[in-house]
Write a protein that binds this ligand. Structure first.
Ligand code: IVH
Length: 683
């Protein structure tokens, strides 16, 4: 047998093997191998596919995340419209639903089937001859968005159905949802990054599917469950249950529980059972869907303009609880915003004990007429953070008191202000400990100065003990001072001081981002650093000039100018400069060697992370991109480089290994060191 034939065979075997493990993991929840072993199988397959690109396939398990970001989604007409369900909150109306059906088809005997109603985003997948060809959102029911490249990133969705003779066309409909545990983690990460958290898993899911870059979607904890069909060709299902079981055999996830019964009365009981299980599912469930099980009856039952007559959704009331509002406390965030928080008598709600609820801002307290001491109704309607829905005014005793926002910051007694056009109150004191902790944590974070060993709890201690009030004071820290902190050994103290020292070498754009200027994220910091080259030029700039820069809008512009107008800011910058922090773009001395060149980094590098590699390229005027195209100048390939390497080879892009890449940066690295030395002398 030739090598080629052997490779083909092995590729097929590996694909089938990986798909089997996917099914075991995602569908049967009974994995047979460890994650590591799974990754090894995937790597072997990637290796072979690179060696033999002629055997590439769009449905290979290696091809989940591919392609460049889109600039928009194509609209696609559904072959069979995606209908919605009629809804009810009342069990009486379910009785009417049953009577209507029995009147329409008096001679028939049939069963009902009850499933959870998943609170996610509806999707239609089209498999042709077993291969996933398209995924379309519901849209208006007639036309939706083609989100295939995003859907392919969801690991539990098979790119190929597991059947030797699959139907010619199988359209399945279901719900994409964000796993509740994954949702909480995602929100934690967003808050750490200073981003607005998502209100609930459904919003997070819908937002994720709208992302144009599938690589970003791949990072979101999305999953799917299927419960209906669209166009079918070459397959017929007699009952809904049979359809569900067949989908499961194909490797598509279906609801973990369903109930069959011949009477609506039984279904009413099962609805209670289902409601009690509400918090056991990994998805948010907002009700139950009752469907006729016999599919031959769908046609005679027909549908109204929007929904079929053979199904109905019973929605559970959002979970509410009554409790006492003891007090309203104020939280101060990194940007100085004062947020009122309701301190409640602890109460059980939706499976957890609730002690606090957000009140957002003063306007909301006024709107809802909330007084301290009130009995209030709180609700968790898909919202993870409970909210106060209303005051039980009938239960007022007269001892309740009005709440007013404090006129000074509760943390530092500093002045507070309301900015034009904003509802929030802000503390204006940059030295406010609440702001300082967040400011320093942000300065030290990975995306900014990346100070090794300086995590949140250490920041907390440094600020509380009075050792550090600004990022600049980090550079004055002495080993002995750090050693005096809780749980701090000699080695970690040394490492911290070393980490702080090393941060002086970070590129200017990182420093700029680390300063924590409102609205200046990593991207804006990079643009500003490239445009102005040093902090002095940036400090003198006005809004008009900033607005001439591409991708810098008026909000960022105004914020930058305001930031540098503050005396406190100027003092901190002077101190940072005196400590030796880098306030100049590296290529300031005409060092723009990589200008005009575009690099793609892939695989893992030994001496640096890909992000650091990217920084080095950009510091020399080069560009980085995340996808290989004919415009790519170099592909830097680290260990276990995957499909990008294959694509670069196919396009004839020059490939550099890590050593060659370092050599390319090489001469330049030395020059940068000399410059850094000089800078220390000048300032
Ligand atoms: S059946 C023709 N089953 O609820 C009817 N829908 O309000 C097809 N949904 O658009 C839908 N869980 O997004 C069905 N088990 C379930 C469901 C479900 C959630 C969603 C679906 C639909 C909406 C209707």
């Amino acid at each position: 047998m030739s090598d080629k034939v052997k490779a083909r065979q092995r590729i097929d075997e590996l694909r089938a093997e990986i798909e089997r493990h996917n099914r075991l993991y995602y569908i049967d929840a009974a994995p047979e191998i460890t994650d590591r072993e799974y990754d090894q199988l995937l790597q072997s397959l990637e290796g072979l596919e690179q060696e033999f690109p002629e055997f590439g396939s769009a449905t290979s398990p290696t091809q989940r995340v591919g392609g460049a970001p889109l600039d928009h989604f194509e609209s696609v007409k559904h072959t069979v419209p995606m209908m919605s369900l009629s809804n009810t909150y009342s069990k009486e109306e379910l009785g009417e639903f049953d009577r209507r059906i029995r009147k329409l088809i008096p001679e028939e005997t049939f069963d009902y089937i009850l499933e959870p109603k998943i609170d996610g985003v509806a999707i239609s997948l089209r498999y042709e001859n077993g291969e996933l060809v398209r995924a379309v959102t519901r849209g208006d029911g007639t036309t939706g968005d083609d989100v295939t490249s995003n859907i392919r990133t969801i690991q539990s969705i098979p790119l190929r159905l597991s059947d030797m003779i699959p139907p010619t066309v199988l359209e399945v409909r279901g719900e994409i949802y964000m796993d509740t545990a994954g949702f909480s983690k995602l929100n934690e990460r967003r808050q750490e990054a200073g981003k607005e958290p998502f209100a609930n898993p459904r919003n997070a899911c819908a937002g994720s599917l709208k992302l144009l870059d599938p690589r970003e979607v791949a990072k979101r904890p999305l999953d799917a469950i299927f419960y209906a069909t669209g166009q079918l060709d070459g397959i017929v299902f007699e009952t809904h249950e049979q359809m569900l079981q067949t989908l499961k055999d194909y490797g598509l996830r279906i609801t973990p529980n369903y109930w069959l019964s011949s009477t609506i009365e039984e279904i009413l009981d099962q609805l209670d059972t289902l409601e009690n299980m509400r918090h056991e599912f990994p998805f948010e469930m907002d009700g139950g869907v009752i469907k006729v099980n016999e599919r031959r009856l769908y046609e005679p039952l027909g549908s109204t303009a929007k929904s079929p007559r053979w199904a109905v959704a019973y929605k559970y009331e959002p979970e509410q609880a009554e409790t006492i509002l003891h007090s309203i406390s104020i939280q101060v965030g990194r940007t100085g915003v004062l947020t009122p928080v309701a301190e409640l008598e602890p109460v059980q709600l939706a499976g957890t004990t609730v002690k606090r609820a957000t009140l957002h801002n003063e306007d909301e307290i006024r709107r809802k007429g909330i007084k301290v001491g009130d009995r209030v109704v709180i609700e968790k309607a898909g919202e993870i953070i409970p909210a106060i829905v209303k005051v039980v005014t009938e239960k007022r005793t007269g001892s309740e008191t009005d709440f007013t926002m404090p006129s000074v910051c509760p943390v530092c007694d500093g002045e507070v202000e309301k900015r034009e056009g904003e509802v929030a109150l802000r503390c204006t004191n940059l030295q406010c400990p609440a702001q300082v902790k967040n400011w320093i944590a942000h300065y030290a974070s990975r995306g900014a100065m990346d100070i090794n060993g300086l995590g949140e709890s250490l920041v907390e201690q440094l600020v509380d003990s009075g050792l550090v009030k600004t990022p600049a004071e980090l550079y004055a820290l002495k080993n002995a001072e750090v050693l005096g902190l809780e749980r701090m050994g000699e080695k970690s103290a040394d490492n911290l001081i070393k980490g702080i020292e090393e941060s002086k070498q970070r590129p200017f754009e990182k420093v700029l981002f680390g300063l924590g200027i409102r609205h200046v994220g990593k991207g804006a910091a990079m643009i500003l650093a490239n445009e102005f080259k040093n902090i002095d030029a940036l400090m003198e700039v006005d809004v008009q000039r900033l607005e001439t820069i591409r991708d810098i809008g008026p909000i960022v512009g105004k914020s930058v100018v305001e930031y540098f107008q503050s005396m406190e800011t100027r003092t901190v910058i002077d101190q940072l400069r005196a400590a030796g922090v880098n306030f100049e773009q590296a290529e300031a001395g005409g060092n723009n060697e990589l200008e005009g060149l575009t690099f793609v980094l892939t695989g893992s590098l030994e001496t640096m992370t890909r992000e650091e590699g990217g920084d080095k390229i950009r510091a020399r005027g080069g560009k980085t991109s995340s996808s290989v195209s004919k415009n790519t100048s170099y592909l830097v390939a680290g260990d276990s480089a995957g499909s990008k390497l294959a694509k670069a080879e196919a396009l004839g892009v020059t490939i550099l290994n890590e050593e060659q890449f370092i050599a390319l940066l090489g001469s330049d690295e030395k020059r940068k060191d000399q410059q850094a030395g000089q800078m220390g002398f000048i300032f």
